[in-house]
Write a protein that binds this ligand. Structure first.
Ligand code: BTN
Length: 225
């Protein structure tokens, strides 16, 4: 197992992604793991904040030096595998249980840096009531005990390791098997249509009302209903 060593655990930090980026820039090896009991400036995708009550969530970032071309999707497949057979993925990489988000993924890094930082937050043992009120209707929890955060980390690292070794077509098939949006009406910043899976580059394929198709390669989509 190459993911998870060396490991830096912080009782509290701003963002584990920021700590991991600093370590990556300083030459930390592939697989270096930063975990935290709490974050004071946890970051999500699209400039959002990531909130988690101290000690009740898995908050982690990995330094990767072998960067998988489909890393954001691969990470979602790995997290979903650790969460369980009912976990679904909302493109590109929100992990859902029962239609609600139980884990978020923030992959950062530029190709010219030859490294990426993979940040993952999983609501392992949170109580929904302890999250900010605006998340109550959309967040999920695994409902486990705080003592189970560490064993969950071990199974997640093993799952990620398996997924990152998959060939691209196997990975895409694994992602498609958990597609939460397939066949659903969706809206994004520039339009709406029906989600029709992902293409070979991991872009979301959308069928438009005029019978045409388009693909989305970044951003956020919302279910219409
Ligand atoms: C999202 O769904 O918007 C992505 C959320 C990513 C949150 C994790 S928590 C650990 C790591 N550190 C951060 O600041 N963000 C990621």
């Amino acid at each position: 197992m190459t993911l998870g060593r060396p490991r830096l655990h912080l009782r509290e930090t701003g963002s584990t992604n920021d700590r991991a980026r600093e370590l990556a820039a300083a030459g930390a090896p592939h697989g270096t793991l930063v975990t935290a009991g709490a974050q004071t400036a946890g970051r999500g995708r699209q400039g959002r904040v990531w909130s988690a009550p101290p000690g009740h969530a898995l908050l982690m970032s990995l330094v990767l030096r072998e960067v998988h071309p489909l890393l954001p999707l691969a990470a979602a497949v790995g997290v979903a595998g650790a969460v369980g057979k009912d976990a679904q993925i909302k493109w590109p990489n929100d992990v859902l249980v029962g239609g609600r988000k139980v884990a978020g993924i923030l992959a950062e890094g530029r190709p010219q840096d030859a490294w990426a930082v993979l940040g993952i937050g999983v609501n392992v043992a949170i109580r929904i009531d302890d999250l900010p009120p605006e998340l109550h209707a959309t967040a999920a929890t695994l409902g486990r005990e705080p003592a189970e955060v560490e064993p969950f980390l071990a199974s997640l690292l093993a799952s990620l390791e398996r997924v990152l070794a998959l060939a691209a077509d196997e990975l895409l098939d694994a992602w498609r098997a958990r597609d939460a949006l397939f066949g659903r009406e969706i809206t994004w910043s520039a339009g709406h249509g029906r989600a029709a899976g992902i293409d070979g580059e991991g872009r979301l394929v959308v069928e438009l009302q005029d019978g045409g198709r388009t693909t989305l390669d970044a951003g956020e989509v919302h279910l219409d209903r």
